[in-house]
Each structure stands twice: as structure tokens, then as C-alpha cells.
Design a protein around this ligand. Structure first.
Ligand SMILES: Nc1nc2c(ncn2[C@@H]2O[C@H](COP(=O)(O)OP(=O)(O)OP(=O)(O)O)[C@@H](O)[C@H]2O)c(=O)[nH]1
Ligand SMILES: [Mg+2]
Length: 236
């Protein structure tokens, strides 16, 4: 039987944006992550039409581990005890039924002391270019080990993205390895980070104890699937 265009009896499937997801469902969405591509340099990063979320932060802060925890995949992103493990920009697609509706970017960390100065400066330039020019960048997740707090390089990064945050770029600080802190230290780390996050959201996260996992998944879903009203701006 042939089908006449437009004559389909059943309505088209609702787009994911049409319905809000629970945190558990958002985590299910995260689990659809698959490797998209890797780029050693910015100019090799392919453009695409989906909202992208970048994971940035100091070397060894836990970016790759956080992506693996959110996506429930052991080796999607390369994590390692040795700082500087991630050397390229790695992209991962998200979306049910093989349809991509968002992209995660795992970026190499900065601030690793053993990296030669020239390489450090080069990388800072690449990061800044990425954060300023990447067209589909919808949100930035800054990972920070609360035992070190936000470092000078984190502060520089905040300055770099400030104009885009003011223009609507989403921004979250994840305090990683929260399993290393007791309750009191966690509360203190949260309030300090909130003061320094320039209005961005702050969450505690532990890959080991699975703290904050659903919450972060939910937030990333909301960033990448804004309600139509929110997209259009406030009603007149
Ligand atoms: N206890 C604990 N360790 C963690 C957690 N998250 C990451 N780690 C450890 O921290 C180390 C660094 O993790 P990575 O995920 O490789 O860090 P990264 O930020 O991707 O590092 P670069 O790729 O060098 O920028 C690894 O030994 C991880 O096992 C956590 O939530 N709890
Ligand atoms: Mg990494």
C-alpha cells in the first residue's frame, strides 16, 4: 500500500520538547550517548544543528568521569588518574532512537603544571576561541574539585563566557568528588561556589556515590529542550 504525503491517519509523534521529562527519564535520555567525533583542533570540529553542552575545567577535575557517570558508560570518555588524559575535543551525541537532539563536548583540562608553557597558552587560546565562537553552544558545565575551589584559570574562563551568559548561555558549576567531603564541608563548598559562580547554578556531584547524577541530567535536558514559551521570551 502506498502512502499519500500528508494523508497519514495517525498524528506525528510528539517531539521530545513537547513533554517535560522526570529526572529519571532525563537520565534515560543521557544513557543514549554515543561517540560522535574527536577533533585535535578547533577547525576540525564539525558544525552541527543541535544544542551543544561543553564540559570544561581544570585537568583532573573529573570531566570525563562525570560524562561517563551521566551516560552510564564506563569508557565513553577517557578518564585517568594522570592529569591531561583528554587531549582533544571529543563530541558525543544524545537522543533516543538514534536521533540526535543534543551533543556533549568533553574538553581537555587546563592548569596541569607539567604541561610546557607554550602548550598551555595554545590550549587556553583554543578554549577561549571555542567558548566565544562555537555557534550551537547552549550551555557550559564547569567542573571544579571543591577541595581546590575555583582557580585563577576558572575565573578567566568565567570572564570569557560572561558576555554569552548574559546573552542566555546556560552555565552550571559542578563540584566534583563530593564523596571526599563530609556534609559540613559540602555545605561550605556549595555556599562559596555560589558566591563565585556569577549567578550560575551550582551542584554537588560524586561519580563514586552517584550524588547529583539525576539532577544534573535533568538540568541538561531542560537546557537542550526549552519550553517553546521560554524560547520565545516572556509573553507580552
Ligand atoms: N572519589 C572520586 N574520584 C573521582 C570522581 N570523579 C573523578 N574522579 C577521579 O579523578 C581522576 C580524574 O578524572 P578524569 O575524569 O579523568 O578528569 P578530567 O577532568 O577528565 O581530566 P583531564 O582529561 O586531564 O582534563 C580519576 O582518577 C577519577 O577516577 C568522583 O566523583 N569521586
Ligand atoms: Mg578528561
Amino acid at each position: 500500500m502506498t502512502q499519500t504525503p500528508g494523508a497519514s491517519a495517525s498524528p506525528p509523534p510528539a517531539s521530545p520538547a513537547a513533554g517535560a521529562l522526570t529526572p529519571a527519564q532525563a537520565l534515560g535520555w543521557m544513557h543514549t550517548a554515543r561517540f560522535l567525533t574527536t577533533a585535535p583542533k578547533l577547525e576540525f570540529l564539525p558544525p552541527h544543528d543541535h544544542p551543544e553542552i561543553a564540559f570544561v575545567g581544570r585537568s583532573n577535575a573529573g570531566k570525563s568521569t562525570c560524562i561517563n557517570t551521566l551516560t552510564q558508560q564506563k569508557r565513553l570518555a577517557f578518564a585517568s588518574k594522570t592529569p591531561g588524559r583528554t587531549q582533544s575535543i571529543n563530541l558525543f551525541s544524545l537522543g533516543k532512537q538514534g536521533q540526535t537532539d543534543a551533543v556533549l563536548a568533553d574538553l581537555p583540562g587546563y592548569g596541569y603544571a607539567a604541561v610546557p608553557k607554550q602548550d598551555k597558552l595554545r590550549w587556553q587560546q583554543v578554549m577561549a576561541n571555542y567558548l566565544v565562537t562555537r555557534d550551537n553552544l547552549r550551555g557550559v558545565v564547569l567542573l571544579c574539585d571543591p577541595r581546590h575551589g575555583l582557580t585563577e584559570l576558572d575565573e578567566i574562563l568565567l570572564e570569557v563566557i560572561r558576555p554569552r551568559v548574559e546573552a542566555g548561555l546556560k552555565f552550571l558549576v559542578i563540584l566534583t568528588k563530593s564523596d571526599k567531603l563530609n556534609k559540613q564541608e559540602q555545605a561550605k563548598a556549595l555556599s562559596i561556589a555560589r558566591l563565585n559562580a556569577g549567578g550560575g547554578d551550582v551542584r554537588l556531584f560524586s561519580a563514586l556515590k552517584k550524588q547529583g547524577v539525576e539532577e544534573v541530567a535533568h538540568l541538561l535536558w531542560q537546557w537542550t529542550h526549552p519550553e517553546p514559551a521560554a524560547q520565545a521570551g516572556p509573553a507580552q
